[in-house]
Structures are given as structure tokens and as C-alpha cells.
Ligand binder design. Structure first.
Ligand code: NDP
Length: 479
């Protein structure tokens, strides 16, 4: 159901969409296929509710975030189960990452909000007081790979800074957004402050972009959609945050700790079946250690358990949908055409199964060598369990290879020489570099990409800045 002005409602015209479990192919829910009229109602409700919400103090809104975190914590297992049913990701991952981080996002921004100090700039004869208000109504549009994790990453700071919200999750993964709406409803968050409108991107998403009452858009999704978002919202002078695609490099230097690097590269490549914007889908390894690294890497990949996502032992579940599976498989076919060698994976088989499961979008983790770092498979975002491996001789070559895509979101460097690693990190065109780790997040740090991976940063202070407007009040000292 949509959640508009504190009420759960169907789409105005009664249209619905079916929501599938990608591990079984079965329908698990029916959601509204909303249109611009539904978005208009949500935006109107949000606009009405926002001034009173904004009038609360930062501390009062932080207290709301704590209440939401507590309530979501109670639903931790329900969130994990729903996320696994919607995405096909292993339940262990849904528990450890999705459900936990959704709670943490609210907890973190509550605490971070309380730490904010008044901003003042003194002059000889006057004092400047910088006040922050919410932008107004913000549109939050999120993808299917980390549904509540990414939605809560936007909802928490947006609420903290005094905004009202119109949110649209991916129609492929609507379940946990509904849990969030139910939670806010149970807590009696003032009606209209959070509105949820389900439906398709070109319908609901587009209507959010176009609605004049919505003054800020925080979008996470693919680069092609990001282009549409920017083209629609920029002429309307909406504040815009774009978190887009990635094609991240995992760079293994010759002095890397081999076990640590192999382990890290496997995690970076195949977490959530490679469907994380931060995944290291290209491995650049120093030629002198390439064969040792590759042997250990492939052995570890082969040992991963591909199984029913609801089972705790599964390390790899399914992709988001059969359509996406076919798209990823087309890249594997392309890799072969481009002269690549598949070292492992590339099949629909589950571990221990006699044949492929025809109903689930299973794809075994796939390692491809022998491709140019400029090939399509090595430069385009595949967003699946597919990694290409390339070798380099010098650090300069590693930099050139790492930078040879349109993307610049994240990456990791594996080396025993931290100084060398840090120097190399500064040569990579990217928003985030991890050294000897991957996806190690401090929520205070800036998160976002360069080049076609996005515009702007979120996280800590950057989120507070995005979700607010400042007014500088300059007060002349009395004579
Ligand atoms: P999409 O770009 O297809 O969709 C993202 C969201 O935008 C969905 O809610 C989608 O709705 C909506 N949308 C689609 N068309 C429009 C439109 N015309 N106007 C407004 N909204 C629209 O991305 P995916 O859902 O396929 O997610 C995968 C992508 O997200 C990958 O490229 C990945 O790299 C990126 N991503 C980036 C992250 C980052 O922080 N940089 C983090 C996570 C993912 P619908 O689903 O109905 O089409």
C-alpha cells in the first residue's frame, strides 16, 4: 500500500503491480502502480506537514530518530526476512548488513544531530549566526540492491534536518519500505511527514522529479537513470544528490598479504552477488604475483556455497530477477566473444544441485581472465557476480587501468606498504578508496562518486548539508 498523509491507501486508479521472489519466481505481494495523481497527493500532504516538523528543534527530531531506530531494532528479523524474500540475497547478509544498517542509520543520525554545535562567525563589530532549515519536501528515489539500507540512509538525515518526504523504492523491492511506513505509523510520526508512493520509475519517479512542491531530490540508482533525473530536475532548480553506478578496481600490489588480499577481493567482488555499487568488479593484480593470486582466488570462489537464500549456510543467493540474470549472462557471452577465459562460474547451478534451478535467478560467481582492461566487460557496469582480472607491471599502469572507465565511485588497494598505498590512492579518480579492507564504513565520512558515478556526497555532515538550507543572520553589535 502507499502511505500518504498518515493513511495506507491504494493507487487512485486501483492499478497494481506484482512483486516476485527471485528465488522461487512466485508472487509475494501486490503493490500499487501509482501515477502522478498519487504523487501529487503525497507532495501536498508533505508540504502541509513540513513547517511544523521543521519547527521542532534538532534535538526533538533526533529523539524521533532514536524511537524509529528502537522500533526497527524490534523488527530486525522481519526486515531481514522481507529483504531476502524481495532480493534473493542470503539471509545471513540481510541480517548482518541490511537490517542492522537500517537501524544504525537512524541511530547514527540521531547521535550526529545531537553533536551539532550552533554555527557562529564573529567579526569585530558583528556576529553571524548560521541557521539551518529543512529544504522543504524532498523526493527520495532508491534502487533494489540494498532496499531499506539505502532508503533509511536518506530518510534519517532528511527527517533530522526538518524535511518532509515523498519516497519511492524500486518496485522490485517494496516490502521493507512498507515496514518502515508501518513503523512510523505505529510511532505516530506526524502525518504527512513521511509519504511512500509505490510504482514504476518512469511513472512515479518521474512525477516526483517534476512536482514543483518537491524541492530536493536524493537519487540512488543507475547512471542512465541518473541522467534522466538530472535532466528533469536541474531546470527546475531542485537541489540534487546523485549516487550512481560504479566499476570499481581492486588493486593488488606485489607486497600484499596474499590471504588478506584474496579474502578481500572475493568479498569485494561477490558480496550480494556483485550487486553493490561499491563492488570490486575489476581486479588489477601485479604481474609478478598474478598466478599465485589467481589460483588462490579461484579456489576460494569455487568453495562458496550457492544456495537457497533463506538458508543460513548460503553465501550466494540469487540475482534480483530473471531479466537481470539474462543481462548479466549476456555479458559473460560477450566476454567469451571478446577473447576472455572463464576460470570458474558462469552457470545457473546451485551448489550440490544436479541441474540448474529453472525458477530462481541463480548465477554462480564468475571469474574471467584474458580480457583487455578496455574491453566492454571490464569497463561497463555489469552489476552481477562477474569479475574480470587484469595484470599490471608498474604503479603508473595500475593508475591508468583503474581510471579507464566512465565511473569513479570506490576501489581498494592491497599492500603491506601503507605509504605507497596511500600515494597510489590519490591517483585514482574515485570517491572512496579502502586500503587493506573493503566496505569498511564510518558513517561520518563523505560517500559518493566522481565522473559518471554521481554528483555530491552524502554521509555525516554532507548529508546534513544536502538536506538543509542555510540562512546567515548578521547581527551588528550594540554601540
Ligand atoms: P535504476 O536506475 O534502474 O533505478 C533506481 C530508482 O530510480 C528506482 O526506484 C527506479 O524505479 C527509479 N527510476 C527509474 N526510472 C526513473 C525515472 N525516469 N525517473 C525517476 N526515477 C526513476 O537502478 P536499479 O534499481 O537498477 O539499481 C541498480 C543501480 O543502482 C546500479 O547502477 C548501481 O550501481 C546503482 N547504485 C548506486 C549506489 C551508490 O551509492 N552510488 C548504491 C546502490 C546502487 P523502478 O525500479 O521502478 O525502475
Amino acid at each position: 500500500m502507499n502511505y500518504i498523509d498518515g493513511t495506507f491507501v491504494h493507487a487512485n486508479d486501483g492499478q497494481t503491480l506484482e512483486n516476485y521472489n527471485p528465488a522461487t519466481g512466485k508472487v509475494v505481494a501486490s503493490i500499487p502502480r501509482s501515477q502522478s495523481a498519487d504523487v501529487a497527493q503525497a507532495a501536498a500532504a508533505a508540504k502541509k506537514a513540513q513547517p511544523a516538523w521543521n519547527a521542532l528543534s534538532l534535538k526533538e527530531r533526533a529523539a524521533w530518530l532514536d524511537k524509529i531506530a528502537d522500533a526497527l531494532q524490534e523488527k530486525h528479523e522481519a526486515i531481514a526476512q522481507a529483504e531476502t524474500m524481495d532480493t534473493g540475497k542470503p539471509i545471513s547478509l540481510s541480517r548482518r548488513v541490511d537490517a542492522s544498517r537500517s537501524v544504525d542509520n537512524f541511530r547514527f543520525f540521531a547521535e550526529f544531530g545531537r553533536l551539532q554545535k550552533p554555527m557562529m562567525f564573529e567579526m569585530d563589530d558583528a556576529v553571524n549566526h548560521v541557521h539551518r532549515n529543512g529544504l522543504g519536501v524532498v523526493g527520495l528515489i532508491t534502487p533494489w540492491n540494498l532496499p531499506l539500507y539505502l532508503l533509511s540512509w536518506k530518510v534519517a538525515p532528511a527527517l533530522l534536518m526538518g524535511n518532509a518526504i515523498v519516497a519511492k523504492p524500486s518496485e522490485l523491492t517494496p516490502l521493507t519500505a512498507n515496514i518502515l511506513a508501518e513503523t512510523l505509523d505505529e510511532l505516530q510520526v506526524p502525518k504527512g511527514v513521511f509519504n511512500l508512493v509505490h510504482g514504476l520509475g518512469p511513472e512515479v519517479g518521474q512525477a516526483i522529479l517534476e512536482d514543483q512542491r518537491i524541492t530536493g531530490i536524493s537519487f540512488t540508482g543507475g547512471t542512465a537513470t541518473g541522467r534522466i533525473v538530472a535532466a528533469t530536475a536541474a531546470p527546475l532548480f531542485k537541489k540534487l544528490s546523485l549516487e550512481l553506478g560504479g566499476k570499481n578496481a581492486t588493486i593488488v600490489l606485489e607486497d600484499a598479504d596474499m590471504d588478506q588480499a584474496v579474502n578481500g577481493a572475493v568479498r569485494a567482488a561477490f558480496t550480494n552477488s556483485g550487486q553493490v555499487c561499491l563492488c570490486g568488479s575489476r581486479i588489477l593484480v601485479h604481474a609478478s604475483i598474478a598466478s599465485t593470486f589467481l589460483a588462490a582466488f579461484v579456489a576460494e570462489v569455487k568453495s562458496m556455497t550457492i544456495g537457497n537464500p533463506v538458508e543460513s549456510s548460503s553465501q550466494i543467493g540469487t540475482l534480483i530477477s530473471m531479466d537481470h540474470l539474462e543481462k548479466v549472462e549476456s555479458y559473460i557471452d560477450l566476454a567469451v566473444e571478446e577473447g576472455g577465459t572463464i576460470l570458474t562460474g558462469g552457470t545457473r547451478a546451485m551448489t550440490g544441485a544436479i541441474g540448474p534451478n529453472p525458477d530462481g535467478a541463480y548465477l554462480s560467481p564468475t571469474v574471467i581472465s584474458g580480457l583487455s582492461h578496455l574491453s566492454r566487460c571490464a569497463t561497463e557496469e555489469i552489476f552481477g557476480p562477474v569479475v574480470t582480472v587484469h595484470t599490471f607491471e608498474t604503479l603508473e599502469q595500475a593508475t591508468v587501468m583503474a581510471n579507464a572507465t566512465e565511473y569513479g565511485l570506490a576501489g581498494s588497494i592491497w599492500t603491506a606498504d601503507l605509504e605507497k598505498g596511500q600515494a597510489l590512492a590519490t591517483t585514482i579518480e574515485t570517491g572512496i578508496v579502502w586500503i587493506n579492507t573493503w566496505l569498511h564504513r564510518d558513517l561520518r565520512t563523505p560517500f559518493g562518486g566522481v565522473k559518471n558515478s554521481g554528483v555530491g556526497r552524502e554521509g555525516g555532515q554532507w548529508s546534513l548539508e544536502f538536506f538543509s538550507e542555510t540562512t546567515n543572520v548578521c547581527v551588528m553589535n550594540p554601540k
